[in-house]
Design a protein around this ligand. Structure first.
Ligand SMILES: [Ca+2]
Length: 155
């Protein structure tokens, strides 16, 4: 078979699609990794498997739309950050600002920051802390409250 200009166009389209998909996945992974650091979540394991899945914010394990209730609130907060900033700065600011809103995204009785402090999922009402709210709030405040989820200073 001869390699024609038409084949070249098909190949170029395939490469473009592959690159677009890969860069979109990488962008989302960048947000996931920012959340892992800032929310002091379990880091990815040495064998490369993820301790924190995309489902922390998304419905599907592959990320992208749709988002769970916490992911939707985070996304809205992210969108209010100036698009003149790099995405990294926007996600870091949004990860903190969404918690200070003291929302209970999944409606399970625990606000999002308390859930993250307790290691449960703020976007899944089936995942709830074991301690009662008052007790958890005291421990959370003693541990530094909302300030503990601010983005670490970059040098
Ligand atoms: Ca909750």
């Amino acid at each position: 078979m001869k390699f024609t200009a038409k084949h070249g166009l098909v190949l170029a389209a395939l490469l473009t699609a592959t690159f677009a998909f890969t860069s979109s996945v990488t962008a989302k992974n960048q947000y996931r990794l920012a959340a892992v650091v800032q929310y002091k979540l379990e880091p990815d394991r040495d064998d490369g498997t993820r301790a924190v899945a995309c489902t922390f914010c998304h419905i599907n394990s592959t990320g992208a739309a749709p988002w769970n209730p916490f992911g939707l609130n985070l996304r809205e907060t992210f969108r209010k950050e100036s698009s003149l900033q790099p995405a990294e700065a926007r996600i870091k600011a949004a990860l903190y600002k969404v918690l200070v809103k003291k929302l209970d995204s999944d409606g399970d009785g625990y606000n999002d920051a308390l859930e993250i402090y307790a290691g449960t999922l703020p976007g899944n009402a089936l995942s709830t802390p074991k301690r009662d709210v008052d007790e958890l709030e005291k421990a959370f405040t003693a541990a530094g409250g909302y300030a503990q989820f601010k983005a670490p200073e970059t040098k």
